[in-house]
Design a protein around this ligand. Structure first.
Ligand SMILES: Nc1ncnc2c1ncn2[C@@H]1O[C@H](COP(=O)(O)OP(=O)(O)O)[C@@H](O)[C@H]1O
Ligand SMILES: [Mg+2]
Length: 262
């Protein structure tokens, strides 16, 4: 008997035609094994958040899904059409905002496509601005526009809002959800904020020492997750507890990152 509250459920069967598929994936740097024996599927249009403390291998995994690192001889499937947003917007300061979004686009009316994408993220009025005149939140909006203008089937986000203030971050959550609803890419978003992970995702995956130690599907509608969040939060923190002796526990570290959870 499973006594867990309704609203989330353990992940069991993988999707039959996933956009991402990793089997027994391992990544080492020299003698240092960062990820080992990892299996992961992401379904088309699925929103996955990836949680874990610093150094647990989140960025390493994201770089693999982004095709940024070689994976010779490994069982790794990722779609050709993918886009990445990092914590810093990585805009070219010598190109106007719309040109940053248009970068690398070749087909169609490039300026129009960049404009449309910038309007979607609420920046129709900053098309000709220079990147250095943008706020942090605006710069991340540009980075989102630059990612989405390519209509990726996989959108990868590596702690994209970690540097933003709390209010801006909440606005960005709404924006990401509305963009995701409209374009329906599969998303993998790295965060170390437990509440952010629960608020946004179809499925939360918890990585610790290069292994998936817990994953939970969240069935409750977004915006009605208060009760689920409380139960899932303690489950997530519990999964990280008691695995390390000495120093702060991983659960405590996560709680610190997440701000006021402990
Ligand atoms: N290119 C690299 N060379 C050597 N070690 C690396 C490299 N990239 C990451 N690592 C190591 O892998 C571990 C996981 O890093 P990372 O994936 O960035 O963690 P996270 O994003 O979860 O904080 C860290 O110990 C880091 O030092
Ligand atoms: Mg990282």
């Amino acid at each position: 008997m499973d006594a867990r509250p309704t609203g989330f459920s353990r992940v069991t069967a993988p999707h039959s035609d996933p956009v991402v598929r990793l089997r027994d994936f391992t990544r080492s740097f020299g003698d240092n094994t960062i990820i080992s024996g990892l299996d992961l599927d992401i379904a088309p249009g699925e929103f996955v958040t990836l949680l874990g403390r610093s150094g647990s291998g989140k960025t390493t995994l994201l770089r693999t899904l982004a095709g940024l690192d070689p994976t010779p001889g490994q069982d790794v499937i990722v779609p050709d059409s993918r886009a990445v947003v990092f914590q810093d917007a990585r805009l070219l300061p010598w190109k106007k905002v719309w040109r940053n979004v248009a970068l690398g686009l070749r087909q169609g009316d490039v300026r129009q496509r960049a404009e449309d994408a910038l309007r979607e993220v609420g920046l129709g009025h900053r098309l000709d601005a220079w990147p250095l005149t943008l706020s942090g939140g605006e710069a991340q909006r540009v980075a989102l526009a630059r990612a989405l203008v390519r209509e990726p089937s996989l959108l990868l986000l590596d702690e994209p809002f970690a540097a933003l203030d709390a209010l801006t971050r909440l606005r960005m959550h709404e924006l990401v959800l509305s963009l995701w609803t409209r374009h329906r890419p599969a998303v993998m978003m790295v965060t170390h904020d437990v509440d952010e992970a629960i608020a946004l995702a179809d499925r939360v995956v918890l990585l610790d020492q290069g292994r998936i130690v817990l994953q939970e599907r969240i069935d409750a509608p977004r915006g009605e997750r208060g009760q689920v969040a409380r139960a899932l939060r303690s489950r997530l923190l519990g999964a990280l507890g008691g695995q390390v002796s000495g120093g702060p526990s991983p659960a405590e570290v996560i709680a610190l990152h997440a701000g006021g959870l402990a």
